[in-house]
Design a protein around this ligand. Structure first.
Ligand code: NDP
Length: 475
């Protein structure tokens, strides 16, 4: 695969601009160098309120049976004071700190010290040492892709404990959920602060650092592009996938175990949430090498947005459906359960096929078949910071001819299915689809802004050929 990617890079026909080359019309690409007031306001808002939002959601399940309005009503009517709610909130415990340290240390060991063996026996799986995308400074990093293996080992141990060893209860995550939240926050802030200091004093690749001069923006959006410790411990790959995404399925299993303990059964809605989100998580690890080419890894710098987001936001808010179902065990009728399952599977199919089409197209440099035909595309060029010119292609057929981000549309359909599994009694489980719609729409705009700077007039030709972003004919 590494050789394959080298070939792909060669196929991008890299060359230094000669006198005959026309000057590139586009500007610098990569994350912003200057901060506008709107970005700054959004960043300050998130830094102040994102941790409170997470606390509010988890606290309202713990103290108000997942009602988002009851805590506010209590506070506004004077029925309760902030201090009453705070005093009822579980504090950090030694037990939770021990569990969390063991968990993170175990994932570090699996990441750093256990080279991938899955690619040796799983046909079609791409693991082991792989190359990332070329960075704005022209660096190509190598990564040890062993996330699937880490996920399998972790889950085998989890089931072995649940059914055989009984060292700890499978409800352990649910039972320590708020104390674990404090641990996740400590790690999230520690790693983001460390990444900022590292960016200033000992960056891994100084040429790929960006300083806007605005402390808050740099803290949030990161300075270093690919901070590493040693040769292999890559912050972005580790925190993006583990511990948060490996934990995602374990958290859901812990919720299912809690339902079993409380009600003597696991409802079909809990099974649907476990299965549909399990497919999504497994897909992530099966395609971990492919994720090296996604925005998080190949465009975003590592700051609080990724560091804290991966430690706290993702494991706590992406698992709200399972948490809700512990407090409200919904048993869906057969037709509704099948409907939710179909919507989830269709969403997953669109998400996977769209992503696969782009991956195949880019890997083969367009020498492939999409829906039985040769793909259509627009030739485009871009320039890295050292002035090297590269050529690339933007596909305009398959799902990529329907909309410029049809993969996001599939993701949104799947997200809606998780929420619908919880019925309509409360808004809390619908947070996920609301958040994903905002995240992916904003991501669309952010990505297109970056692509427009990167490809200049070629990007205009592309948007003229594929005019819609998410929903053909509408948006
Ligand atoms: P994409 O995989 O869509 O990658 C966008 C990049 O692809 C662009 O920057 C451009 O990069 C290239 N590209 C754009 N259009 C074309 C085209 N027509 N042909 C070929 N290449 C093209 O986006 P993401 O990295 O954001 O998302 C990857 C997946 O991850 C998505 O399915 C998304 O739904 C999912 N996701 C899930 C999240 C979650 O929290 N659950 C969060 C974020 C993403 P280049 O510079 O190489 O041209």
């Amino acid at each position: 695969m590494a050789a394959h990617q080298e070939k792909k890079l060669a196929q991008e026909r890299k060359h230094k601009p000669s006198q005959n080359d026309t000057q590139p019309s586009q500007g610098q690409w990569g994350r912003a160098w200057e901060v506008d007031w709107f970005s700054l306001a959004s960043i300050l808002f998130l830094l102040l309120f994102a941790p409170l939002i997470v606390y509010y959601f988890i606290m309202s399940c713990d103290q108000y049976q997942c009602s988002l309005t009851d805590p506010l009503r209590d506070l506004l009517t004077g029925n309760k004071h902030l201090s009453d709610i705070w005093n009822k909130t579980p504090t950090l415990t030694y037990r939770a700190a021990g569990i969390y340290c063991l968990w993170v240390a175990f994932q570090v060991v699996l990441y750093v010290f256990v080279p991938d063996f899955c690619h040796k026996f799983l046909p079609g799986y791409v693991g082991g040492v792989q190359e990332g995308a070329v960075t704005p400074a022209g660096v190509v990093n190598k990564y040890e892709i062993n996330g699937l293996q880490a996920w399998i080992i972790t889950h085998v141990l989890w089931f072995a404990n649940a059914y055989y060893f009984h060292f700890f209860s499978p409800t352990i995550i649910f039972d320590n959920w708020i104390p674990l939240l404090w641990c996740a926050n400590i790690l999230g802030y520690a790693v983001s602060t460390f990444a900022m200091i590292k960016g200033y004093f000992f960056p891994t690749s100084a040429k790929d650092c960006k300083f806007t001069g605005n402390f808050f923006y740099d803290y949030m959006m990161g300075i270093e592009f690919n901070p590493r410790i040693g040769k292999w411990f890559d912050f972005k790959l580790f925190f993006n996938g583990r511990p948060g995404i490996v934990a995602w399925t374990l958290i859901n299993l812990s919720y299912a175990a809690k339902q079993q303990e409380l009600y003597g059964q696991v409802t079909n809605s809990m099974i649907l949430v476990n299965v549909l989100q399990g497919i999504y998580v497994l897909d992530f690890f099966w395609n971990e090498a492919w994720y090296l080419k996604t925005i998080d890894i190949c465009h975003d710098h590592f700051g609080w947005y990724l560091g804290w987001g991966d430690c706290v936001w993702l494991p706590y808010l992406y698992t709200l459906q399972g948490l809700y179902l512990v407090y409200h065990p919904v048993q869906l009728g057969a037709a509704n359960a099948v409907g939710v399952l179909m919507l989830g599977l269709i969403g997953y199919y669109v998400f996977r096929v769209t992503n696969h089409q782009k991956d195949l197209f880019r890997r083969t440099d367009g020498n492939c078949r999409i829906w039985g035909k040769k793909p259509e595309y627009i030739e485009c060029s871009y320039t890295s910071v050292d002035g090297t010119k590269y050529y690339s292609k933007l596909m305009t057929s398959g799902f990529w001819g329907w909309a410029r981000h049809f993969n996001y549309t599939g993701d949104l359909l799947g997200s809606l299915a998780y929420c619908l599994a919880c019925g309509f009694a409360h808004i809390l489980p619908y947070f996920y689809i609301i958040y994903m719609t905002i995240l992916l729409t904003h991501r669309c705009v952010r990505d297109e802004h970056r692509c427009s700077s990167k490809y200049g007039k070629d990007w205009k030709r592309y948007t003229a050929a594929v005019p819609y972003r998410l929903i053909p004919g509408l948006f």
